[in-house]
Design a protein around this ligand. Sequence first.
Ligand SMILES: Nc1ncnc2c1ncn2[C@@H]1O[C@H](COP(=O)(O)OP(=O)(O)OP(=O)(O)O)[C@@H](O)[C@H]1O
Ligand SMILES: [Mg+2]
Length: 494
Amino acid sequence: MPERLPGDEAADMEGAGVSDLVLKTLFEGIQEEIMVVDADLVIRDANPSFLRRLRLPKEQVIGRKCYEVASGFCSEQACRTDVCHLERARKSDQRVEIVNRVFDRRRERMREIVRLVYPVRGQGDASRYFVQITRDETARRQLVRRVKASQRKFRIILETATDAILSLDADQRIIHFNDAACRLFGYSRREVLGKEIGLFIPPQQAEDYHELKRFLSAKRPKHLRRPLSLSALRKGGESFPVEMGISYQLIESEPTYTAILRDISEKRQMEKKLLQNERLAAVGQTVAQVAHEIKNPLMIIGGFSRQIRETLSDEKAVRKLDLIFEEIGRLERLVADLGDFTKQYRLVKKPTDINSLLKEVTGVMSALHPPGKFRFVLEGGAEPLTILCDPDKVKQVLLNIVGNGLEAMGEGGTLKLSARRERRGARIEISDTGRGIPEGDLERIFEPFYTTRHKGLGLGLSICFKLVEAHGGDISVFSHSGQGTTFSIFLPGA
Ligand SMILES: Nc1ncnc2c1ncn2[C@@H]1O[C@H](COP(=O)(O)OP(=O)(O)OP(=O)(O)O)[C@@H](O)[C@H]1O
Ligand SMILES: [Mg+2]
């Protein structure tokens, strides 16, 4: 347009080139306001959008100085200073862009106006013109600000979420991985972006992986009705149970999957504990009644048998009665053990050095066995490790577990005991090099009356469980068949 200046209003359309026509249509139809001024800041042309805003006919605008029709800070004084963008373009002969924030009185709000000034030269003469294009950017800039704010909010939610959240693209590659996910899986964002979700599933859990893949490929339903329970894999190779909710959305017609994962190891452990407690409670009640019923008749049988034995002279009959005494003794021990098992423990807590307890237990147990058969190793026990607990009950737990460990090393072996301070308590570990516990049996060893020993009652570990529980601690076991067993006990009270 400016090439045809000055006096282009008079340009006759006949014979005008197609590009002139296009330019004219643009000039007339465009929403942006266009004003053309000469080097003296006299308005030489203006498009309908510009005139509409001024509410003036073209005749009253052309030939006037731009500051006469402009609003705001424009004035004759200001227009020859750097405050004026036209003046800046004039001086520099460069494109100038400015943003004016103008208060719109009618709508009572700020408007953001972008002004672009292009210096141009007239065709065939050296006169300079300046084309000013003015655009109201209020709505667009507000939209951009709103989008940015909502992106920020979304990012904050994502990063403060305690659950791991990750998104996958159409190729099922990771595109988002929040901070909680980094903490849960032990990977940095850089290590996982672009990788496949299979990275987090243990290779031995092929079924879990296929189930997930099935969901991702089916894309139906959009949300899983129930979370998937899966085994997940940390960077270090440790697997742990998770619950995973997953959904897929079409974002800009691209499928995007979002998965929320929660570590449920603690929940699983609580469920196990609860089940164990329920079992103990149910069995305990029956056992308490039976023990009570057996106790009195046993006393009577024992008492009278002793009296009869005094009167007997037949050696054979005396030997038979001695066998009866032996069996009565066994039954009495059983009743005492049952009493231990069903008892509601009342703890007598006092400051106790766990390391001394471990020393005491190893002393007693090694004295009970032939020297050299077992090697007892006490680790890191030089410093006292004092916590508040019931020393007799803790000793009972240790004796039970050490007893089991020695029993599991029939041919001899090493029994290792160690204790260390942990946040708010102490952790004791007892490991043996015995036959180990097959995986299927691990679930059952704390059950009352579960035993694999010929002469065992199967009460030792369930009593230990109750005693540790009474302290508010926990007990767990790690074992592989043929590779020894480790019991880990946490006792609070530091
Ligand atoms: N260290 C261990 N190594 C291998 N198996 C073990 C070990 N500790 C416990 N077990 C298994 O757990 C079972 C239950 O142990 P628990 O102490 O409750 O009963 P028990 O030793 O059989 O009988 P008792 O009532 O006399 O203690 C054992 O029979 C054994 O199979
Ligand atoms: Mg035992």
